[in-house]
Design a protein around this ligand. Structure first.
Ligand SMILES: Cc1cc2nc3c(=O)[nH]c(=O)nc-3n(C[C@H](O)[C@H](O)[C@H](O)COP(=O)(O)OP(=O)(O)OC[C@H]3O[C@@H](n4cnc5c(N)ncnc54)[C@H](O)[C@@H]3O)c2cc1C
Length: 411
């Protein structure tokens, strides 16, 4: 027996998030975009609803509801405003990274503070990306070196620059990826938790993104930022754990993209129902009707792919199956979201690309969403490697992680 319906508990949660999304986030979307921040009262309302800690395990004070529930809720946020979904407080990608990369003690130490009563406006962030290709060798330019302090204890020191970090401006703590062993390329990387008040860490710039402007994406600099050995996230099978983190995060991001795609479809359908040309609503012309029918099929198939992928993780299917389902879902949904947003603009005609119609914002946000984590090309790369029966340990991290290494066509 297959069950295609969310549980009663999931439906109730989804309804309360949908209510907040419709009543508060959607009407404020343009205001949040212009202010380049979600309003304080909206952030507080989302935190009180527990939105930021859905994926935080129960033993760390969160609700530990799992990815399937998380994607149901994220879709509702994405329907209202995908930008705001990134701009709400909570550990976000930081929490997901820790769940994969840290030990049980580290998890409680670093994630626990997000569920404290005073943590309603706390953010976490993940610093993976770097500006400028590293042409000298594979791996990060940001390096981590072992150093001895005055007492003779060994610490780590991180130096480098990271960019495109969601919520870098507001984050209280970061998971920072860095190169531990330069000779090992992508197989020589590691990760550390660095607190914002570390004297070696500074926020350097907010990027002027074209989409998702209610959220902030920015860069940080690490100048001999010193951290204790306990901040080193030294999980065995580190690369596989990192891949699991990116795959799960990709599902959260694509759930937002699916919500956005749904809104684009609804907006287009309403317009095609009301805009009359040549004596009838334009939706009654076959070319337009078929377009709408195709986009709805896209949406239905996208949702099943997403739910299947999230469910695979929740029921602990083997890593290979979960990674494949996630890559397939995320790659497909980014393309579907872009198609829905693009068609929404086109079906509005000239009205579709002006600032006072929502279609243009959906298109900008859809594009930005597809660049927030592994791109469609990287997801395709991962899916094809897994489909071709690649052993997980043998995957080339330079190709299947969101690294700046592109597949060599020219030698
Ligand atoms: C809004 C936003 C939020 C983000 N949030 C974060 C964050 O919180 N933390 C963080 O660290 N980073 C974040 N990023 C960065 C994001 O992960 C990267 O931008 C993304 O993974 C693409 O990497 P890149 O920019 O280095 O592009 P590159 O890797 O240089 O890729 C350039 C192009 O080449 C293609 N390509 C790359 N590899 C291959 C391959 N093997 N085969 C074929 N084609 C390939 C890519 O698809 C892309 O089209 C964010 C980005 C954006 C725009």
């Amino acid at each position: 027996m297959l069950n295609f319906e969310p549980s009663e508990e999931q439906r109730l949660m989804r309804d309360s998030v949908a209510e907040l999304a419709k009543a508060v986030l959607f009407p404020a979307a343009r205001r949040h975009e212009a202010a380049r921040r979600v309003a304080a009262e909206v952030r507080a309302a989302a935190s009180e609803l527990g939105l930021g800690t859905v994926l935080v395990p129960e033993h760390c004070g969160g609700s530990g509801l799992g990815l399937t529930t998380a994607v149901l809720l994220e879709e509702e946020l994405g329907r209202a405003d995908a930008g705001a979904a990134f701009g709400l407080p909570g550990p976000g990608a930081f929490g997901l990274a820790l769940c994969e990369l840290s030990t049980a003690d580290q998890l409680v130490e670093w994630l626990g503070p997000f569920t404290a009563p005073d943590a309603l406006d706390r953010y976490g962030a993940v610093a993976w990306s770097e500006a400028g290709p590293n042409r000298e060798r594979a791996g990060f330019s940001t390096v981590a070196r072992c150093v001895k302090d005055d007492q003779g204890d060994t610490n780590w020191e991180l130096t480098g620059e990271k960019c495109f970090i969601a919520n870098a401006e507001h984050a209280d703590r970061f998971v920072v990826f860095a190169q531990l062993d330069e000779a090992l390329g992508w197989r020589g990387i590691g990760a550390f938790v660095v607190r914002r008040d570390n004297p070696g860490l500074s926020f350097t710039a907010r990027h002027a993104t074209l989409g998702l402007e209610a959220a902030s994406f920015g860069a940080i600099k690490l100048e001999s930022a010193r951290v204790m050995p306990s901040a080193h996230l030294d999980k065995p099978e580190f690369l596989l754990a990192t891949l699991r983190f990116f795959s799960k995060y990709a599902l959260v991001v694509t759930a937002r993209a699916l919500g956005l795609a749904h809104t684009a479809f609804e907006l287009a359908r309403q317009y095609c129902d009301t805009r009359v040309a040549f004596g009838k609503p334009i939706g009654h012309f076959q070319a337009v009707a078929f377009n709408l029918a195709d986009r709805l099929m896209d949406l239905e198939s996208a949702r099943w792919l997403l739910w299947r992928a999230a469910w695979s993780w929740d029921v602990a299917k083997p890593d290979g199956a979960c990674l494949l389902a996630s890559a397939q879902a995320a790659a497909q949904i980014h393309e579907i979201a872009m198609r829905c947003a693009d068609d929404c603009v086109s079906l509005h005609g000239g009205a579709g690309f002006v600032r006072d119609v929502l279609a243009e914002k959906l298109m900008r946000d859809a594009k930005q969403l597809s660049l927030c984590g592994p791109t469609v090309a990287t997801l395709d790369q991962l899916a094809s490697a897994l489909e071709l029966g690649g052993d997980l340990g043998a995957l080339d991290p330079g190709l299947v992680l969101p690294t700046p290494d592109t597949q060599a066509i020219f030698t």
